[in-house]
Structures are given as C-alpha cells and as structure tokens.
Ligand binder design. Structure first.
Ligand SMILES: N[C@H](CCC[C@H](N)C(=O)O)C(=O)O
Length: 276
C-alpha cells in the first residue's frame, strides 16, 4: 500500500494528515503506531484524518489518533492544521466554517495573517465529561500519586485534562508526575496533564504531558484547559497568552456560558508517501 500524507505542525506539536474524504482511513492501530514511530516511521504526535462530514452543518470532519494508536476526542493544534490543509486545497470557504471533530462541532476561521482562529466550544468541568471518577465537582481536587497528595484542576475540552499549578515551569516534574496522573485510577480513559506557571493576569507558561504521547512542544486543548481552570480560579483576565515550549497561543474566554477561542499558526513541513 502507498499512502500519501502531509506532515504539518502547530507550534511544534506535529502531525501526519491523511486525506480520507473519498475512503476511510486504511490503517489499524498497529499501522498507526508504525507510522508514528520516530525512527522506524514518519513520526508524529498525532495522526489526523480529513473526512467528508455526515452532518449537513459541517463542511468536513476529522479524526484524531495519538502516536500510541489511541483515539482522542479533540486536538486543538491539529484542527488548525486541518483548516490550513483544507484552505490550501481551496475548499475551506470564507469566514467561520464548522468542522465535525470526534467530540462534536468546532468553528474555524483563517485570519488575514494566515493564523487560524478556532471556537473550541465551552470548557466542561463536570467530572463525568472527562471522565474523572470523583464523587462531586470541586476545585482543586487532591489525588494521590507517587505517595504524594497532588492538587489538580480538571476540565474537558472534548478530551480530558488535569492541570497542576507550579511556581517554576522549568522545574516542573513533568516526566515524573505526567505519567502518574495520566494513568491514575481516577481517570478511566487516561488524561492529558498540564503544568502551568501564572506569569501575569494575561500570560502563563505551560508544559503538557499528553495522553498517549508524552511531553509535547505544544498542546492546543491543553492551553485551553489551563486557561479555563486558572480563569475560573480568578487568576486570569479574558485574553491570555499561553507560552509553550514550541511557541505561543492566544486564548480568549469570558467564563462559564461562553465559548473559548484559540488563535495560532499552522505550518506545512513536507508531503510524503508511506509504503507498507
Ligand atoms: N493527546 C490528546 C490528543 C491531542 C491533543 C493535543 N495535541 C492538542 O493540540 O490539543 C488526547 O489524548 O486527548
């Protein structure tokens, strides 16, 4: 089989995109893992399928797989790359365009400066939305990891996120705490784990241990999740710059009852053909 793909990234969070508008993704979990391998394959954080939409209100749909082959309900950096890919193909349309993600519709818009603006929907704090097995919603939660009681925030952006506030982003124990929280019993489907340092009311630094991948250079839904948790704690204004190792994203959120908007770049790296 020869499978054409596009290699893209959103501030260093990298993706393989496959055009599945005419036929379903011809890959099983093992094949996805082979393509995602950094040495034996192409390598990616996520694989994204571009699909025709079954929903009359959505122009297209997309699917999301992590490099370990697991599926996700959302990919914030990835949807910007899907939008840029469709725009390059001349089929995105002008203004706000609805795309169907695995966790429901989002709206995208290509700006004059080529960045992509996305309506990521409303953050959902109810534990069942993640899912997060705790008796009731609260903030912060305390979970036991490596014999310690860790305070976290929890929110869904269509995929599950835990958020740990830190005083020094460079000293955050991402590699130790990330996998422990990702695989904690309270998260039956795992979760992404963000580590955030509040720098001002309009700036945070963030690192993310991604479910099914490990630490990535950026995580779009992670940036949304961090702002949602910290804004609800009263620590942030409505417009925030999120500084990740791979670059910065702009997040706008007016609080509960409002959609959360994310703006950032989408970059093409190369086109290729996978043979197996
Ligand atoms: N690892 C995530 C999916 C990708 C999220 C990230 N790459 C983004 O930009 O939102 C999960 O399993 O929920």
């Amino acid at each position: 089989m020869a499978l054409a793909f596009s290699k893209m990234h959103g501030i260093g969070n990298d993706f393989v995109l496959i055009d599945c508008r005419e036929r379903p993704l011809p890959l099983d979990t093992a094949a996805i893992r082979r393509i995602g391998h950094r040495h034996f394959g192409v390598g990616f954080d996520q694989l994204l399928s571009i699909e025709s939409s079954q929903d009359a209100d959505c122009a297209f749909a997309y699917g999301v797989w992590n490099s370990d082959g697991s599926r996700s309900g959302q990919c914030g950096n990835g949807v910007r790359c899907v939008a840029a890919w469709l725009a390059r193909d001349g089929v995105l349309g002008e203004g706000l365009v609805r795309l169907m993600s695995p966790s429901g519709p989002v709206r995208v818009e290509r700006l004059a400066d080529e960045r992509i603006r996305v309506d990521m929907g409303e953050p959902r704090f109810a534990p069942a939305a993640l899912p997060f097995d705790v008796p009731h919603e609260r903030d912060p939660y305390s979970i036991d990891v490596v014999g310690r009681s860790l305070k976290i925030g929890a929110v869904s952006m269509g995929n599950p996120h835990a958020l740990v506030e830190v005083a020094d982003i460079d000293a955050a124990e991402v590699d130790v705490l990330g996998p422990q929280v990702e695989h904690a019993a309270e998260f039956p489907r795992g979760c992404n784990v963000g580590f955030a340092q509040v720098l001002s009311r309009s700036t945070i630094a963030l690192r993310v241990w991604e479910r099914g991948v490990g630490e990535t250079l950026a995580c779009g839904t992670g940036a949304c999740a961090a702002v949602a948790v910290l804004h609800r704690r009263g620590l942030l204004d409505d417009e925030v710059e999120v500084r990740l190792p791979g670059g910065a994203l702009e997040i706008q959120w007016q609080g509960p009852g409002h959609p959360l908007w994310k703006t950032g770049s989408a970059s093409f790296a190369f086109e290729g053909v996978w043979h197996e």
